[in-house]
Structures are given as structure tokens and as C-alpha cells.
Design a protein around this ligand. Sequence first.
Ligand SMILES: [Zn+2]
Length: 429
Amino acid sequence: MATAENKKDGYILRCFSCKTEYNVDDYGKFYRCAKCGNLLEVKRIPAAPGRFNRRRGLRPGVWKYFDLIPLWSEEKIVSLAEGGTTLFDCRNLATIFGIRSLFVKFEGLNPTGSFKDRGMTVGVSKAFELNYKSAMCASTGNTSASLAAYSAKAGMRCIVLVPKGKIAMGKMAQAIAYGAEIYQVDGNFDDSLRVASEICERDNKILLLNSLNPFRIEGQKTVSFEIVEQLGGTVPDFVVLPVGNGGNITAAWKGFSEIFEGGLEGTVGNHLGKNPPKMIAVQAQGAAPIARAFRSGLRDSIEFVSNPQTEASAINIGSPVSWMKALAAIYDSGGLADFVSDEEIFAAQKLIASKEGIFVEPASATPIAYLSKIAGEKSDAYEQMKDACVVCICTGNGLKDPNALLKGVSLERLQTISAEAKSLETVLA
Ligand SMILES: [Zn+2]
């Protein structure tokens, strides 16, 4: 069992781009590399096998992997029982698309209804360990709901910035219920994040907990450990996921990479002889800077979208902060990036709900929309995927954003019957 002191020796904070190293616990005094200004990441120094041991059965979900997460003291864990979400075997959709094996990792089953809880439990625990009393984020909704819940549990002040009029009501209701201080920014998500970053860089007493925070990535990477375990210790061929700010694909790829870097033998399954999965990033057509960069063959540069437009509010992001990490995940895994229209997204949202009983928010339906699209086109990607094991990560619960679904539905058109069995009988006949 690793003690806090020797666990510290197993991790460094380093620049994703120029690899300059920093002390892990100095994060928050700065948010970017002092040398080149790029994002930072926490790197586990691959240890001798057996050094890190998952304590089987002690905890469910994310914290089952405590020894693979850069938090030193177990006493500082702030948890709402996140992770451990179901991997659904979606045979109805597999048949419809003609794909051999199709699974959905439904992250909407997390405590606040989205995948953000995986990262937030680690981000807030680390803030707690580093003695921060205040946390801040900019959010399209899910991040604010999650940070608000974990801050409440930790007894920390929570400040959230949301783009005015561009956040789903369910998510807003959550942030209000959990007691966050909410400010609407007269601008879009990208503007909100810029403002939050500037304040946190100036005031070292407030920790910024957006997905550029590498501790959040460390929690979120556990989704990949779980997928491998749930598939009986094997690795899927393809992982398809929605991409907005880029933190999600960064984290999932980091998880798979760590499995293959070694040092986890006896913890996350036996995967010898297999390759890591190809990562497929799906964006909404009106907010697709990463997919467009990929189409142009770019890796080290990107053109942001100044006025992103999609009804899938969770991925309505034009300047993804983790674009460089996201593109690296796509290229390094041999994957790809593509986009789908809002029309395709809403059709897919209804399809997965009506065929599999899984109600996801619009952004979460983008992987399904993508599969539906390539199955229709019989594209090259489809030819590769049809005989493969494909896992879609569906990030958020549909209950968070009922208005988006109901927009095209006229409730007046639902048939009204009188309150008598006879009346129903006539209609059903
Ligand atoms: Zn650097």
C-alpha cells in the first residue's frame, strides 16, 4: 500500500507541449506552462508492478482506482458515489446499424446526471486537500451542476459563470438547488471561460475547476478503466464520444494509454496482444472546430469558431480549451473526428431512447447520430467498424434538458379522452 509521501513521488505535473515539469501540488498557483503557455497534465510515473494496488471492493466507482489518482490522503476524498455506471449492450441499435457489437457507457447515471462527476470528485477533493475554500467554473450547464454538488459536500464556496440564455433549465435548477453563486455572462461559453480564467489567475484563493484542470482529467480517465473491466478485461476497437471543450476525449484516451503504458498489471485487466481503441470525436456541425481541423489534417493548430451554433448546448463551444490534447488523442489512437447536424442529433436522441430505453441529452446523442450517418453512407469508417466492438460514451441524462426534446413536439396534438374506460377502449380499437 502506497503511503501519501511515496505516492507523491509517483506523479509529476508537466506541460503537455514542451514537457517542462512542475510540482503537482503547485497547481492553482498557475494554470498554464510558464515557458510556453500550454495546458498542463498530471503524469503518473509508471511504477514497478505491484506498487499500486487497487483495493478491490473497498469502494465503488471512481475511488476504486485511488492508487491511480493523484490525491495523497484518503481523508480528503469528497465523493457522491460517482462512476461505476452501466455499460449497456445495445443489441437493438447494433442490429439497426449492422454493427457486430455496440455498447453504450451511460454516464447520465452519475449522481448529478453527467460524466462531469468523475472529474469533479477528484478536482474538488484535490482543492480540499490543497486547502482551497472557493472554487469557480464556467459552464454550459453540466459542469456547474457537478461543481455545485461537490462544493456543497465539501463545504466550499462555489461560483459559476454561465452564458446567458444558453443553458438547459434542468442544469440551472441543479446549480440553484446545490447553492452555487450563479452569474450569467452576456456572451457565450468561450467568453465565460475567459472571464473565469482571468479571475482565478489573478486571485490564487479561488481554484478554477474547468476541464483544463488536470485533476479533473485524472478522475475522468477512470471511465476507460471501467469499460475495460466491464468488457471482461478486453479493450474495445472503437470509442465514440461527443466533443465540446475536448476534456472528455483527452481523459478517456489518457485512461486507455495508462493501461497500455504498463504498471497496472493486476489492476485493470489483461490486454496483452491488443491495441488501444481508436478514438472517434463527434461534434455538432455548427460548433465543430476540432472536426474541421482534423479534416484539414491539422494537429498543431486550429481555427476557432467565433459564433458556435447548436441546440446541443453541452457542446456549443467554439474555442475548445483542450483542442491540442483532443487532436493528439485522435491522431495518436488512429481515430478520426467528424460532425453531425442538429437534425441528426435529435433523431438519434429519439432512436436510442425508443430502441434501448436510454434517455440522453442532445449532446450525448452525437455518437449515435454519427453511427447512424456512417451506416447510411456505408463509409470507409463504417466498413472498419461493422465487425468491431464499438463503445459509445453517452455523457449526460436526458432529464437535464427536456425542453430541447419537447421543442418539436406539440402537446396540444396529444389526443384527450374522457375519464371513462369506454372512451379509451374506442381509441385503442
Ligand atoms: Zn510548456
